[in-house]
Design a protein around this ligand. Structure first.
Ligand code: F3S
Length: 401
């Protein structure tokens, strides 16, 4: 891959070991994908977590003197103070999380600890070249916003944030952003959970690809897009999609395929969504916890939880958790939603991911969630996936079904 004079100097370690490690990773990726050169990016999002791989890489770069050249936000770890007051976190785990947080602070990242930064602290504009990791973030910024990112890892996104550049390949090039198959939606999509089911089904069917959806007649809400993105890129590996008229890069199906004729087509009816919902629901019975906010709930979603819980009491045997961004938590507190949820016996916690060691007390427990992604990570014995209103009903009754 061609390197400029400055990039050569960084590669040779003349500007420090931290930036050298960062550019080594970018060059290795660029070489693997036959990228001709690096291109400047305007922002990055690193899917950090409180786990050892992240600690190793951020410390390697930070101790080597690297710092972020472009705004770089961070994914959730967990709110340690909050959890320490509720359950014991093993010191070894707490130490890793502390060091990850310290490493990202040292390297000059924006400590957002949030997996939906594209609607809060780190919002690209149309056409910006960026480096975003995190399952919902990559397809959201590509599809809904029309910025350009590849499907980055936490490490490659951080390296890009440090160098301010990324290899020019794949989705940074217009010709690679065309649809690869047509998805005819004949199912009725009533709410954001239906978009979760749609994403779960289509991702599972296609694996990697750029689907072009037809049959969606109204503009999806932010939360509907977030859920579609998260599930397409969890049950599958979908970095981008088009919904002509409602995502920005294609007004028509022809635009979305850039003149090509799609070779494959799938049709999604109510039958497929019902089938996938039945698979996710699992067995009924007593529950120990409710887990919401994967991806992080927006303010509107926290408000909805408060509306459903107002004046109610969560069953004594059930723990009830809502994960959200620090920004949404702050506003939810100001608007009184947190008070309502806490009065009912629930928690609203910022900065925290469903896939973190802080949940170890639930390892052998059974719960419900509205997120297949949460269930997928298997931090629990079992997490049954049902609609939000059913999650709240189960929390009050202490059982599902
Ligand atoms: Fe966010 Fe963690 Fe779920 S990063 S999407 S809460 S697995």
């Amino acid at each position: 891959m061609y390197l400029t004079k400055e990039e050569e100097q960084i590669f040779n370690g003349e500007l420090g070991e931290g930036t050298q490690k960062a550019i080594e990773l970018l060059v290795a990726i660029g070489d693997a994908y036959d990228a001709e050169r690096l291109i400047p990016i305007t922002r990055a999002h690193a899917a950090s977590s409180g786990q050892e791989g992240d600690m190793y890489f951020v410390e390697l770069l930070a101790k080597g003197g690297a710092s972020c050249r472009v705004p770089t936000t961070t994914n959730p770890v967990y709110d340690m103070e909050y959890f320490h007051s509720i359950f014991e976190i093993p010191e070894k785990e707490a130490e890793v999380a502390r060091r990850v947080k310290e490493g990202y602070k040292q390297i000059g990242a924006i400590l957002s600890w949030c997996c939906t930064p594209y609607i809060t602290e780190n919002i690209p504009l149309y056409g910006e070249h960026v480096a975003f990791s995190e399952s919902s973030a990559t397809p959201y910024v590509n599809s809904v916003i029309g910025a350009r990112t590849n499907r980055e890892a936490a490490q490659s996104a951080l390296a890009a944030g440090v160098i301010g550049k990324t290899p020019k390949y794949e989705l940074h090039l217009k010709e690679n952003r065309k649809g690869t198959l047509l998805v005819k939606v004949e199912a009725t999509l009533k709410d954001e959970f239906d978009y979760t089911l749609l994403g779960q089904y289509v991702g599972k069917q296609i694996g990697y690809g750029i689907p072009v959806f037809t049959g969606i007649s109204a503009a999806p809400a932010t939360e509907e897009f977030i859920n579609l993105c998260a599930m397409l890129n969890t049950s599958g590996a979908v970095p981008m999609f088009h919904v002509p008229r409602f995502t920005v890069e294609a007004q028509t199906v022809e635009d979305a395929f850039q003149g090509d004729v799609p070779e494959d087509k799938i049709t999604v009816t109510d039958k497929e969504l019902k089938q996938i919902y039945e698979e996710l629901q699992g067995a009924s019975g007593k529950i120990d916890f409710v887990m919401l906010g994967c991806p992080h709930y927006t303010l509107k979603q926290v408000e909805e939880v408060a509306r459903l819980l107002r004046g109610k009491k969560i069953h004594d045997d059930v723990s009830f958790w809502v994960c959200t961004s620090a920004t949404a938590r702050f506003l939810a507190e100001r608007n009184g939603y947190v008070e309502v949820i806490e009065k009912a016996g629930g928690h609203v916690v910022p900065d925290t991911c469903i896939d973190e060691p802080c949940w170890h007390p639930y390892r052998h427990k059974i719960g419900v969630t509205d997120s297949p992604k949460c269930a997928y990570y298997r931090r629990f014995k079992e997490a049954v996936v049902i609609r939000l209103k059913n999650c709240v009903e189960a929390a009050i009754k202490g059982e599902w079904g």
